[in-house]
Design a protein around this ligand. Structure first.
Ligand code: ADP
Ligand code: 5GP
Length: 203
């Protein structure tokens, strides 16, 4: 059994709303150990089925602006009229215990993480086609036509950021997307700098 790594890997997953990030993450987490989902803070209202503290920490605009003022966020962004942000303390606690942390965040937030945490892994997830993205947003049945139109427009802008990511995963089938992410995480774990604890006995 390999010794637990000293520091966890920070993983950033971005992709347009409705591509299937939550679905893929749920499946990945059911298969993988030693990985923590960073529960973001948001001012958006919960969707049917979403739980406070599980999917998001749902807060008011005033509470969110308080966190910004106290510098408690690793990154934050405004996305379709709502704030979304990552608690620095919550992720640092996990990383320092050797646990990997996955952030499901949009492209502006990812750019901030890229400048603050250059060792993070950046993965972008796309649908097999733009039409399929629209179908999934409608099929989810959680957003109004106006909100869906806004999210589709936003998606076109987000796709332009793909060259800034390390890996591109296609969510045609959930199991394929999960297998691709598993492969990326396994390859990262095999990097020499992540295996220094086992190397000491060969020195
Ligand atoms: P996101 O978290 O990226 O906004 P969701 O996980 O909520 O997206 O998925 C949006 C919708 O697409 C949901 O109804 C989900 O069941 C569906 N979905 C996710 N992945 C796939 C897939 N590979 N094939 C078909 N439908 C999918
Ligand atoms: P949704 O409202 O569909 O749950 O999320 C909208 C977008 O916000 C998604 O692209 C999601 O990745 C992003 N998001 C969720 N949490 C955060 C966060 O903490 N920071 C940033 N920058 N984006 C987030």
């Amino acid at each position: 059994m390999l010794k637990q790594k000293e520091r966890g890997q920070l993983i950033v997953l971005s992709g347009p709303s409705g591509v299937g990030k939550s679905t893929v993450i749920a499946e990945l987490f059911s298969q993988r150990e030693n990985i923590h989902f960073s529960v973001s803070y948001t001012t958006r209202k919960p969707r049917v089925g979403e739980q406070d503290g599980v999917n998001y920490n749902f807060v008011s605009r005033e509470e969110f602006e308080g966190m910004i003022a106290r510098d408690e966020l690793l990154e934050y962004a405004e996305y379709v009229d709502n704030y979304y942000g990552t608690s620095l303390k919550a992720i640092e606690e996990q990383l320092s215990r050797g646990v990997d942390v996955l952030l499901d965040i949009e492209v502006q937030g990812a750019a901030k993480v890229r400048s603050r945490c250059p060792d993070a892994l950046f993965i972008f997830i796309i649908p097999p086609s733009f039409e399929e993205l629209s179908r999934r947003l409608h099929g989810r049945n959680t957003d109004s036509e106006e909100v869906i139109a806004g999210r589709l427009e936003k998606a076109k802008i987000e796709f332009r950021e793909i060259p800034n990511y390390d890996y591109l995963v296609i969510n045609d089938k959930v199991s394929h997307a999960v297998a691709e992410i598993e492969a990326i995480l396994t390859a990262a774990e095999c990097r020499v700098e992540n295996r220094t604890s086992i190397l000491t006995q060969f020195a």
